[in-house]
Design a protein around this ligand. Structure first.
Ligand code: KE4
Length: 422
Protein backbone atom coordinates (compact mmCIF):
# COMPACT_ATOMS: atom_id res chain seq x y z
CA UNK A 1 0.00 0.00 0.00
CA UNK A 2 1.00 3.66 -0.06
CA UNK A 3 2.13 6.09 2.59
CA UNK A 4 -1.04 8.09 1.88
CA UNK A 5 -3.26 5.07 2.46
CA UNK A 6 -1.48 4.20 5.71
CA UNK A 7 -1.90 7.79 6.91
CA UNK A 8 -5.60 7.62 6.00
CA UNK A 9 -6.00 4.46 8.06
CA UNK A 10 -4.34 6.18 11.02
CA UNK A 11 -6.33 9.36 10.46
CA UNK A 12 -9.68 7.56 10.53
CA UNK A 13 -8.88 6.34 14.04
CA UNK A 14 -8.56 9.84 15.45
CA UNK A 15 -10.36 12.20 13.05
CA UNK A 16 -13.96 11.76 11.87
CA UNK A 17 -13.76 10.31 8.36
CA UNK A 18 -10.01 10.82 8.51
CA UNK A 19 -10.34 14.42 7.35
CA UNK A 20 -10.89 17.82 8.87
CA UNK A 21 -13.42 18.87 6.25
CA UNK A 22 -15.86 16.41 4.66
CA UNK A 23 -15.35 17.15 0.97
CA UNK A 24 -11.66 16.23 1.29
CA UNK A 25 -12.69 12.61 1.92
CA UNK A 26 -13.35 12.10 -1.81
CA UNK A 27 -16.44 10.03 -0.97
CA UNK A 28 -18.31 11.31 -4.02
CA UNK A 29 -15.68 10.17 -6.51
CA UNK A 30 -14.82 6.67 -5.26
CA UNK A 31 -11.28 7.45 -4.19
CA UNK A 32 -9.25 7.85 -1.04
CA UNK A 33 -8.00 11.31 -0.15
CA UNK A 34 -4.38 11.94 -1.07
CA UNK A 35 -2.22 13.14 1.80
CA UNK A 36 -0.08 16.06 0.65
CA UNK A 37 3.50 16.63 1.72
CA UNK A 38 4.13 20.01 0.03
CA UNK A 39 2.84 22.41 -2.61
CA UNK A 40 4.57 25.03 -4.73
CA UNK A 41 3.09 27.18 -7.48
CA UNK A 42 0.55 25.13 -9.45
CA UNK A 43 1.81 21.79 -8.11
CA UNK A 44 1.19 19.61 -5.08
CA UNK A 45 3.34 16.67 -4.04
CA UNK A 46 1.79 13.73 -2.23
CA UNK A 47 3.41 11.97 0.71
CA UNK A 48 4.32 9.25 -1.79
CA UNK A 49 6.36 11.74 -3.81
CA UNK A 50 3.90 11.96 -6.74
CA UNK A 51 3.44 15.45 -8.26
CA UNK A 52 0.05 16.75 -9.34
CA UNK A 53 -1.08 19.81 -11.27
CA UNK A 54 -3.55 21.31 -8.80
CA UNK A 55 -6.91 22.84 -9.75
CA UNK A 56 -8.38 22.67 -6.23
CA UNK A 57 -5.90 25.29 -5.00
CA UNK A 58 -7.04 24.83 -1.40
CA UNK A 59 -10.67 25.44 -2.58
CA UNK A 60 -9.83 28.92 -3.77
CA UNK A 61 -7.29 30.78 -1.60
CA UNK A 62 -4.20 30.09 -3.70
CA UNK A 63 -4.84 32.48 -6.60
CA UNK A 64 -1.12 33.33 -6.63
CA UNK A 65 -0.21 29.66 -6.50
CA UNK A 66 0.99 27.63 -3.52
CA UNK A 67 3.78 28.94 -1.29
CA UNK A 68 4.35 32.18 -3.18
CA UNK A 69 7.79 33.36 -1.94
CA UNK A 70 6.63 36.86 -1.04
CA UNK A 71 3.62 35.54 0.88
CA UNK A 72 5.66 32.95 2.77
CA UNK A 73 8.39 35.47 3.53
CA UNK A 74 5.84 37.93 4.91
CA UNK A 75 4.20 35.27 7.06
CA UNK A 76 7.53 33.97 8.38
CA UNK A 77 8.73 37.46 9.23
CA UNK A 78 5.47 38.18 11.04
CA UNK A 79 5.62 34.88 12.93
CA UNK A 80 9.14 35.67 14.10
CA UNK A 81 7.73 38.80 15.74
CA UNK A 82 5.09 36.80 17.60
CA UNK A 83 2.20 34.74 16.28
CA UNK A 84 -0.71 36.26 18.20
CA UNK A 85 -1.05 39.25 20.46
CA UNK A 86 -4.69 39.36 21.52
CA UNK A 87 -4.29 43.07 20.95
CA UNK A 88 -4.57 45.13 17.77
CA UNK A 89 -1.60 45.45 15.42
CA UNK A 90 -0.83 47.58 12.37
CA UNK A 91 -1.28 44.73 9.91
CA UNK A 92 -4.99 44.48 10.78
CA UNK A 93 -5.44 48.13 9.85
CA UNK A 94 -3.48 47.74 6.62
CA UNK A 95 -5.46 44.72 5.42
CA UNK A 96 -8.78 46.33 6.37
CA UNK A 97 -7.78 49.48 4.46
CA UNK A 98 -6.86 47.37 1.39
CA UNK A 99 -10.20 45.53 1.53
CA UNK A 100 -12.14 48.79 1.92
CA UNK A 101 -10.20 50.33 -0.96
CA UNK A 102 -10.79 47.36 -3.26
CA UNK A 103 -14.40 46.29 -2.62
CA UNK A 104 -17.10 48.80 -3.66
CA UNK A 105 -19.60 47.83 -0.97
CA UNK A 106 -17.18 47.88 1.96
CA UNK A 107 -16.47 51.06 3.93
CA UNK A 108 -15.67 49.19 7.14
CA UNK A 109 -14.73 45.55 7.74
CA UNK A 110 -14.29 43.14 10.62
CA UNK A 111 -11.70 40.36 10.34
CA UNK A 112 -12.63 36.85 11.43
CA UNK A 113 -10.99 33.45 10.90
CA UNK A 114 -13.16 31.74 8.30
CA UNK A 115 -15.83 32.28 5.69
CA UNK A 116 -18.31 30.58 8.02
CA UNK A 117 -17.64 33.17 10.71
CA UNK A 118 -17.98 35.95 8.16
CA UNK A 119 -21.38 34.77 6.95
CA UNK A 120 -22.79 33.96 10.40
CA UNK A 121 -21.70 37.37 11.65
CA UNK A 122 -23.18 39.15 8.64
CA UNK A 123 -26.44 37.29 9.31
CA UNK A 124 -26.54 38.43 12.93
CA UNK A 125 -25.80 41.99 11.89
CA UNK A 126 -28.50 41.94 9.20
CA UNK A 127 -31.10 40.72 11.67
CA UNK A 128 -30.07 43.33 14.24
CA UNK A 129 -29.97 46.18 11.73
CA UNK A 130 -33.41 45.40 10.28
CA UNK A 131 -35.13 43.98 13.35
CA UNK A 132 -36.28 41.12 11.15
CA UNK A 133 -35.57 37.38 11.37
CA UNK A 134 -36.07 35.64 8.04
CA UNK A 135 -33.39 35.27 5.38
CA UNK A 136 -33.48 34.13 1.79
CA UNK A 137 -30.75 31.88 0.44
CA UNK A 138 -30.49 29.89 -2.76
CA UNK A 139 -30.63 26.13 -3.17
CA UNK A 140 -27.15 24.76 -3.68
CA UNK A 141 -25.39 27.89 -2.50
CA UNK A 142 -23.15 27.45 0.55
CA UNK A 143 -22.34 30.08 3.16
CA UNK A 144 -20.38 27.97 5.63
CA UNK A 145 -21.78 25.67 8.27
CA UNK A 146 -23.60 28.02 10.67
CA UNK A 147 -26.96 26.46 11.56
CA UNK A 148 -29.19 28.97 9.81
CA UNK A 149 -27.58 28.26 6.45
CA UNK A 150 -27.79 24.46 6.74
CA UNK A 151 -31.26 24.23 5.35
CA UNK A 152 -32.59 22.29 2.43
CA UNK A 153 -35.70 22.70 0.40
CA UNK A 154 -38.62 22.10 2.68
CA UNK A 155 -41.64 19.91 2.29
CA UNK A 156 -43.92 20.59 -0.66
CA UNK A 157 -43.65 24.28 -0.12
CA UNK A 158 -40.22 24.70 -1.67
CA UNK A 159 -39.76 28.06 -0.04
CA UNK A 160 -39.86 26.75 3.53
CA UNK A 161 -36.83 24.95 4.82
CA UNK A 162 -36.09 21.84 6.78
CA UNK A 163 -32.76 21.14 8.47
CA UNK A 164 -30.20 19.97 5.97
CA UNK A 165 -28.29 18.08 8.63
CA UNK A 166 -28.90 16.40 12.00
CA UNK A 167 -28.22 18.70 14.91
CA UNK A 168 -29.94 21.75 13.46
CA UNK A 169 -33.28 22.39 15.18
CA UNK A 170 -36.28 22.95 12.95
CA UNK A 171 -36.80 26.17 14.81
CA UNK A 172 -33.42 27.41 13.61
CA UNK A 173 -34.11 27.00 9.91
CA UNK A 174 -37.72 28.12 10.29
CA UNK A 175 -36.52 31.60 9.37
CA UNK A 176 -34.57 30.42 6.32
CA UNK A 177 -36.40 30.72 3.02
CA UNK A 178 -35.11 29.04 -0.14
CA UNK A 179 -35.31 29.93 -3.79
CA UNK A 180 -33.67 28.51 -6.91
CA UNK A 181 -30.53 30.36 -7.98
CA UNK A 182 -31.24 32.75 -10.87
CA UNK A 183 -34.99 32.68 -10.12
CA UNK A 184 -35.83 36.32 -9.47
CA UNK A 185 -39.58 35.70 -9.58
CA UNK A 186 -39.29 33.19 -6.73
CA UNK A 187 -37.56 35.81 -4.61
CA UNK A 188 -40.22 38.35 -5.52
CA UNK A 189 -42.87 35.88 -4.39
CA UNK A 190 -41.10 35.40 -1.07
CA UNK A 191 -41.11 39.14 -0.49
CA UNK A 192 -44.81 39.24 -1.31
CA UNK A 193 -45.51 36.60 1.32
CA UNK A 194 -42.97 37.56 4.00
CA UNK A 195 -42.29 41.18 3.03
CA UNK A 196 -41.65 42.87 6.33
CA UNK A 197 -39.95 39.88 7.93
CA UNK A 198 -37.06 39.31 5.55
CA UNK A 199 -33.84 40.71 7.00
CA UNK A 200 -31.54 39.77 4.14
CA UNK A 201 -31.00 37.94 0.90
CA UNK A 202 -27.75 35.97 0.93
CA UNK A 203 -26.28 35.09 -2.46
CA UNK A 204 -23.04 33.94 -3.97
CA UNK A 205 -23.00 36.49 -6.82
CA UNK A 206 -21.40 33.83 -8.97
CA UNK A 207 -22.38 30.47 -7.51
CA UNK A 208 -19.34 28.32 -6.77
CA UNK A 209 -20.88 25.57 -4.63
CA UNK A 210 -23.34 24.34 -7.23
CA UNK A 211 -20.32 24.11 -9.40
CA UNK A 212 -19.71 27.37 -11.22
CA UNK A 213 -22.98 29.04 -12.20
CA UNK A 214 -22.87 32.67 -13.31
CA UNK A 215 -25.81 34.95 -12.52
CA UNK A 216 -28.39 35.32 -15.27
CA UNK A 217 -28.61 38.72 -16.92
CA UNK A 218 -30.32 41.09 -14.49
CA UNK A 219 -30.49 38.61 -11.61
CA UNK A 220 -28.16 40.47 -9.25
CA UNK A 221 -29.61 43.88 -10.08
CA UNK A 222 -33.05 42.41 -9.57
CA UNK A 223 -32.07 41.20 -6.10
CA UNK A 224 -30.65 44.63 -5.37
CA UNK A 225 -33.91 46.30 -6.40
CA UNK A 226 -36.10 43.88 -4.42
CA UNK A 227 -34.01 44.33 -1.27
CA UNK A 228 -34.06 48.10 -1.58
CA UNK A 229 -37.81 48.13 -2.23
CA UNK A 230 -38.62 45.93 0.77
CA UNK A 231 -36.07 47.25 3.25
CA UNK A 232 -34.01 44.05 3.35
CA UNK A 233 -30.24 43.86 3.13
CA UNK A 234 -28.49 42.32 0.12
CA UNK A 235 -25.52 40.22 1.24
CA UNK A 236 -22.96 39.03 -1.29
CA UNK A 237 -21.07 35.99 -0.11
CA UNK A 238 -17.80 36.63 -1.95
CA UNK A 239 -15.75 34.08 -0.04
CA UNK A 240 -14.94 32.44 -3.38
CA UNK A 241 -15.47 35.32 -5.80
CA UNK A 242 -13.79 38.05 -3.73
CA UNK A 243 -10.49 39.05 -5.35
CA UNK A 244 -10.91 36.14 -7.79
CA UNK A 245 -13.54 37.38 -10.27
CA UNK A 246 -11.70 40.70 -10.17
CA UNK A 247 -9.62 42.56 -7.62
CA UNK A 248 -12.87 44.23 -6.51
CA UNK A 249 -14.79 40.97 -6.46
CA UNK A 250 -17.89 40.01 -8.43
CA UNK A 251 -19.66 43.19 -7.30
CA UNK A 252 -17.09 45.25 -9.19
CA UNK A 253 -17.68 43.15 -12.32
CA UNK A 254 -21.48 43.29 -12.29
CA UNK A 255 -21.78 46.83 -10.92
CA UNK A 256 -24.19 45.76 -8.17
CA UNK A 257 -23.30 46.98 -4.70
CA UNK A 258 -24.56 44.83 -1.80
CA UNK A 259 -25.22 46.14 1.70
CA UNK A 260 -22.85 43.58 3.23
CA UNK A 261 -20.07 41.44 1.76
CA UNK A 262 -18.52 38.26 3.15
CA UNK A 263 -14.92 37.45 2.28
CA UNK A 264 -12.46 34.65 3.00
CA UNK A 265 -9.99 32.36 1.23
CA UNK A 266 -7.86 34.65 -0.97
CA UNK A 267 -7.65 37.52 1.56
CA UNK A 268 -5.75 35.19 3.90
CA UNK A 269 -3.30 33.99 1.25
CA UNK A 270 -3.72 30.44 2.55
CA UNK A 271 -3.97 31.38 6.23
CA UNK A 272 -7.21 31.36 8.26
CA UNK A 273 -8.90 34.66 7.45
CA UNK A 274 -12.47 35.72 6.81
CA UNK A 275 -14.02 39.15 6.84
CA UNK A 276 -17.38 40.81 6.60
CA UNK A 277 -17.98 44.43 5.78
CA UNK A 278 -20.34 47.01 4.44
CA UNK A 279 -21.30 50.62 4.73
CA UNK A 280 -20.24 52.35 7.92
CA UNK A 281 -23.76 52.93 9.21
CA UNK A 282 -24.29 49.15 9.26
CA UNK A 283 -20.88 48.09 10.58
CA UNK A 284 -21.04 50.60 13.45
CA UNK A 285 -23.65 48.25 14.97
CA UNK A 286 -20.88 45.73 15.69
CA UNK A 287 -19.45 45.57 19.22
CA UNK A 288 -17.78 47.32 20.82
CA UNK A 289 -19.01 50.30 18.78
CA UNK A 290 -22.53 48.93 18.70
CA UNK A 291 -24.49 46.27 20.46
CA UNK A 292 -24.16 43.35 18.03
CA UNK A 293 -21.69 40.98 19.61
CA UNK A 294 -19.09 39.13 17.56
CA UNK A 295 -15.60 38.18 18.68
CA UNK A 296 -12.63 35.92 17.98
CA UNK A 297 -9.41 35.02 19.75
CA UNK A 298 -7.41 34.89 16.53
CA UNK A 299 -9.37 37.47 14.53
CA UNK A 300 -6.90 39.74 12.75
CA UNK A 301 -4.05 37.35 13.53
CA UNK A 302 -0.78 39.14 12.67
CA UNK A 303 0.68 36.22 10.68
CA UNK A 304 -2.51 35.75 8.65
CA UNK A 305 -2.79 39.50 8.12
CA UNK A 306 0.78 39.63 6.80
CA UNK A 307 0.03 36.83 4.33
CA UNK A 308 -3.17 38.56 3.25
CA UNK A 309 -1.43 41.91 2.75
CA UNK A 310 1.34 40.32 0.68
CA UNK A 311 -1.28 38.49 -1.39
CA UNK A 312 -3.42 41.53 -2.13
CA UNK A 313 -0.37 43.67 -2.93
CA UNK A 314 0.55 41.20 -5.67
CA UNK A 315 -3.03 40.79 -6.89
CA UNK A 316 -3.51 44.56 -7.12
CA UNK A 317 -1.11 44.56 -10.07
CA UNK A 318 -1.97 41.15 -11.52
CA UNK A 319 -3.25 40.56 -15.05
CA UNK A 320 -6.72 39.19 -14.29
CA UNK A 321 -7.82 39.44 -17.92
CA UNK A 322 -4.90 37.33 -19.08
CA UNK A 323 -5.61 34.62 -16.52
CA UNK A 324 -9.29 34.66 -17.45
CA UNK A 325 -8.42 34.16 -21.12
CA UNK A 326 -6.10 31.25 -20.36
CA UNK A 327 -8.71 29.68 -18.09
CA UNK A 328 -11.48 30.01 -20.67
CA UNK A 329 -9.25 28.46 -23.34
CA UNK A 330 -8.41 25.50 -21.08
CA UNK A 331 -12.02 24.94 -19.98
CA UNK A 332 -13.35 25.01 -23.54
CA UNK A 333 -10.62 22.67 -24.79
CA UNK A 334 -11.32 20.19 -22.02
CA UNK A 335 -15.04 20.33 -22.79
CA UNK A 336 -14.38 19.67 -26.49
CA UNK A 337 -12.18 16.66 -25.69
CA UNK A 338 -14.68 15.17 -23.25
CA UNK A 339 -17.61 15.72 -25.61
CA UNK A 340 -15.66 13.89 -28.32
CA UNK A 341 -15.82 10.88 -26.02
CA UNK A 342 -19.60 10.94 -26.34
CA UNK A 343 -20.33 12.70 -23.07
CA UNK A 344 -22.67 15.70 -22.98
CA UNK A 345 -20.64 18.46 -21.35
CA UNK A 346 -21.76 21.86 -20.09
CA UNK A 347 -18.83 24.21 -19.55
CA UNK A 348 -19.43 27.09 -17.13
CA UNK A 349 -16.42 29.35 -16.79
CA UNK A 350 -15.80 32.81 -15.37
CA UNK A 351 -12.48 34.48 -14.66
CA UNK A 352 -10.18 31.84 -13.12
CA UNK A 353 -12.87 29.34 -12.15
CA UNK A 354 -14.76 26.75 -14.15
CA UNK A 355 -16.87 23.63 -13.83
CA UNK A 356 -17.44 20.95 -16.45
CA UNK A 357 -20.84 19.36 -15.87
CA UNK A 358 -21.62 16.04 -17.56
CA UNK A 359 -25.10 17.39 -17.97
CA UNK A 360 -27.59 17.19 -20.86
CA UNK A 361 -28.71 20.83 -20.67
CA UNK A 362 -27.38 24.22 -19.54
CA UNK A 363 -26.65 24.39 -15.83
CA UNK A 364 -28.24 27.51 -14.40
CA UNK A 365 -29.18 26.39 -10.89
CA UNK A 366 -28.97 23.49 -8.45
CA UNK A 367 -31.71 21.41 -10.13
CA UNK A 368 -30.00 21.50 -13.50
CA UNK A 369 -26.66 20.80 -11.86
CA UNK A 370 -28.10 17.72 -10.15
CA UNK A 371 -29.03 16.37 -13.60
CA UNK A 372 -25.33 15.91 -14.30
CA UNK A 373 -23.94 12.38 -14.41
CA UNK A 374 -22.06 12.03 -11.12
CA UNK A 375 -20.70 8.59 -12.00
CA UNK A 376 -19.13 10.07 -15.12
CA UNK A 377 -17.61 12.90 -13.10
CA UNK A 378 -16.19 10.36 -10.64
CA UNK A 379 -14.59 8.40 -13.47
CA UNK A 380 -13.22 11.62 -14.97
CA UNK A 381 -11.82 12.65 -11.57
CA UNK A 382 -10.09 9.29 -11.05
CA UNK A 383 -8.63 9.24 -14.58
CA UNK A 384 -7.27 12.75 -14.25
CA UNK A 385 -5.79 12.04 -10.82
CA UNK A 386 -4.08 8.91 -12.14
CA UNK A 387 -2.63 11.12 -14.89
CA UNK A 388 -1.30 13.62 -12.36
CA UNK A 389 -4.07 16.23 -12.43
CA UNK A 390 -5.88 17.12 -9.20
CA UNK A 391 -9.51 18.18 -9.66
CA UNK A 392 -12.15 18.89 -7.03
CA UNK A 393 -13.46 15.55 -5.66
CA UNK A 394 -17.03 16.68 -6.32
CA UNK A 395 -18.95 17.73 -9.41
CA UNK A 396 -20.56 20.51 -7.39
CA UNK A 397 -17.34 22.46 -6.98
CA UNK A 398 -15.11 24.67 -9.12
CA UNK A 399 -11.78 24.04 -10.74
CA UNK A 400 -9.51 26.99 -10.00
CA UNK A 401 -6.55 28.18 -12.03
CA UNK A 402 -3.92 30.54 -10.66
CA UNK A 403 -1.26 32.98 -11.75
CA UNK A 404 1.19 30.13 -11.20
CA UNK A 405 -0.32 27.73 -13.77
CA UNK A 406 1.84 27.52 -16.89
CA UNK A 407 1.24 26.65 -20.53
CA UNK A 408 2.98 23.34 -19.79
CA UNK A 409 0.44 22.69 -17.04
CA UNK A 410 -2.44 23.39 -19.39
CA UNK A 411 -0.95 21.19 -22.13
CA UNK A 412 -0.44 18.31 -19.69
CA UNK A 413 -4.00 18.74 -18.42
CA UNK A 414 -5.40 18.58 -21.94
CA UNK A 415 -3.34 15.44 -22.62
CA UNK A 416 -4.66 13.84 -19.45
CA UNK A 417 -8.23 14.60 -20.56
CA UNK A 418 -7.58 12.99 -23.95
CA UNK A 419 -6.74 9.73 -22.14
CA UNK A 420 -9.50 10.06 -19.55
CA UNK A 421 -12.01 7.23 -19.13
CA UNK A 422 -15.62 8.40 -18.68
P1 KE4 B 1 -14.94 28.45 5.34
O1 KE4 B 1 -15.65 28.45 6.69
O2 KE4 B 1 -14.75 27.05 4.81
O3 KE4 B 1 -13.63 29.27 5.36
O4 KE4 B 1 -15.86 29.23 4.31
C1 KE4 B 1 -17.19 28.82 4.15
C2 KE4 B 1 -17.69 29.29 2.79
C3 KE4 B 1 -18.52 30.39 2.74
N1 KE4 B 1 -18.98 30.86 1.56
C4 KE4 B 1 -18.65 30.26 0.39
C5 KE4 B 1 -19.19 30.80 -0.89
C6 KE4 B 1 -17.81 29.12 0.39
O5 KE4 B 1 -17.50 28.51 -0.78
C7 KE4 B 1 -17.31 28.63 1.60
C8 KE4 B 1 -16.41 27.41 1.69
N2 KE4 B 1 -16.17 26.73 0.45
C9 KE4 B 1 -15.93 25.30 0.56
C10 KE4 B 1 -15.85 24.66 -0.83
N3 KE4 B 1 -16.55 25.33 -1.85
C11 KE4 B 1 -14.71 25.04 1.35
C12 KE4 B 1 -14.19 23.63 1.27
C13 KE4 B 1 -14.50 22.83 2.51
O6 KE4 B 1 -15.61 22.97 3.07
O7 KE4 B 1 -13.61 22.05 2.91
Amino acid sequence: MTVSHDLFVRAKKVIPGGVNSPVRACLGVGAEPLFIESAFGSKMRSVDGRQYIDYVMSWGPMLLGHAHPEVIEAACAAAARGSSFGAPCEAEVVLAEMVCEAVPGIEMARMVSSGTEAAMSALRLARAATGRNRIVKFEGCYHGHADAFLASAGSGVATLSIPGTPGVPEDTVRHTLLAPFNDLAAVGNLFEVYEKDIAAVFVEPVAGNIGLVPPAEGFLQGLRDLCTKHGALLVFDEVITGFRMAYGGAQSVFGVVPDLTCLGKIIGGGFPVGAYGGRRSLMENIAPEGGVYQAGTLSGNPVAMAAGIATLKLLAKADYAGLAARTERLARELARILEAKGAPVVCNVMASAFTLFFAPAPVTDYETAKAADSARYASYYRSMREAGVMLAPSGFECAFTSFAHTEEDYAATVEAARAARL
